[in-house]
Design a protein around this ligand. Sequence first.
Ligand code: FAD
Ligand code: DLZ
Ligand code: SF4
Length: 512
Amino acid sequence: ASALRLVLADQLSISLASLRDCDKKNDLILMAEVKSEASYVKHHKKKIAFLFSAMRHFAAKLENEGFNVRYIKYDDKDNQGSLFKEVKRAVEISRVDKIELTFPGEFRVLEDFKSWRQKFNIPVNILDDDRFLSSIDDFADWAQGKKQLRMEYFYRQIRRSTFTLMEGQEPTGGKWNYDSANRRAMDNELSIPVHTQFEPDAITQEVLDLVAHQFADHFGNLEHFHFACTREQALQVLKSFVAQRLENFGQYQDAMVQGKPWLFHSHISFYLNCGLLLPKEVIEEAENAYRNGNAPLNSVEGFIRQILGWREYVRGIYWLKMPDYKVENALNAKRRLPEFFWTADTNMNCLQQCITETRDNAYAHHIQRLMVLGNFLLLSGVHPDEVNEWYLIVYADAYEWVEMPNVSGMILYADGGLLASKPYAASGSYINKMSNYCQHCHYNVKEKNGAQACPFNYLYWDFLERNKEALQKNPRLGMPYSTLNKMSDDKVRRIRQDSDIFFTALDNNQKV
Ligand code: FAD
Ligand code: DLZ
Ligand code: SF4
């Protein structure tokens, strides 16, 4: 008996379910760079280069360890262009008697996998992806019967069940959450360690040439490619984060600084999401740093909460709610994505900086994604499909299971508050508090109305006014609605007028 074992670009873990009981002598591992996956959205060039290089390195490692690997390169003459067709071809030439798959990261791929059961006359097994700390079923059990699915309570449950940062039944330090210590703007005196970078080796260089040639019309800058492409390198990124940045991660987690895209973040989402790192080992490394006195609790708890809490929670939401989640649009948003999200050609400096960095690095940190880019897309009422596609394209860590709940749930409130208890809407003063973008901006963050005013200032009120029916009853929006309801008619009229002028320019593709 022999099996065909498929490994996708985001399944590069030696402990992967479909590799676990591999018979090195008789089984065949298939990995394929295919057009259908590389272009179902027009992924950022760096994202494709990163995944193809990581796939090739992973395949080489498997071969070194004596596995039988069939690797299809993108520019192989007879590349069939889709996962199904490559699996079919491999089945035909190798006479395997079953197909072993690991549960994928996107609903679209799962549906495809399921359809193979009718198309092949050998068994097609879809094994659970147990690289996460909680399973899809655990999440569904937890969610059962609950009116609200708050991340905080889910997080506490996994803290307990995995015994992470716990002293008996109590959370280490006595509190579950140290966020109040984690909202500082950057201290200019503090030096930020240089982020870990790798020079492309021959494999990566070959992939970079391929991507430059084959994906020339995709978004993104390919230059200065420095991602880790092997597990060893990814571990180096993790270790240097823990040694050099974790200490300051917490307090500056929400800070943004012009010209400094990497700050004190870990930059490991790429590696976690494609399988080069596992969440369990990352969390252990961080907890050890606290236990050994190398990092403070607010940083370590804050970091662990992102991975043990948010990352697991968004996956749970995705699989609980798909496919309906994809079509939700609670605020009835209709606008098209502004063209400048591709070009960065805007006078709004915060957006210009975040989009430029996204184009250069296929990365932006959380607060840039949430409070600058996301906030703008929420306030402007851009359609969830357009926003989901943009985020899925532009970040090298983006797969639908993690991207979509962050977009439809966290930034757009398209799920009507399932994920976030209120929309993360904010005026320019939040951005001004957490960054130095406003100091370099064409607009004035202190002005509320008129041509020089920061657009976030009037768009914020216009958003609340426009969505009064859907949002006014939300208790967490009591304060802003009471302010809005006390505003003079004239003030509301000016907000509306400025917003109309802004949106007209935006929709006509004039520079805003
Ligand atoms: P750090 O700040 O160092 O955080 C550590 C880790 O925590 C991350 O590597 C990540 O694995 C996890 N994490 C943190 N926040 C979240 C979150 N909200 N959801 C899930 N995991 C989280 N993250 C992705 O991995 N892929 C995406 O496609 C993605 N899309 C996003 C879209 C929007 C609109 C927003 C607001 C957030 C999105 N995030 C996404 C979450 C977060 O922004 C990134 O995980 C983070 O910026 C990655 O950088 P880092 O590794 O330096 O993270
Ligand atoms: C994202 C991606 C890209 C760009 N290319 C490939 C590929 O050529 N071959 C492959 O196996 N997987 C690729 N992927 C990842 C898949 O699209 C991924 O498995 C889904 O996005 C999440 O399930
Ligand atoms: Fe952004 Fe407004 Fe600040 Fe300009 S003034 S950087 S648009 S928040």
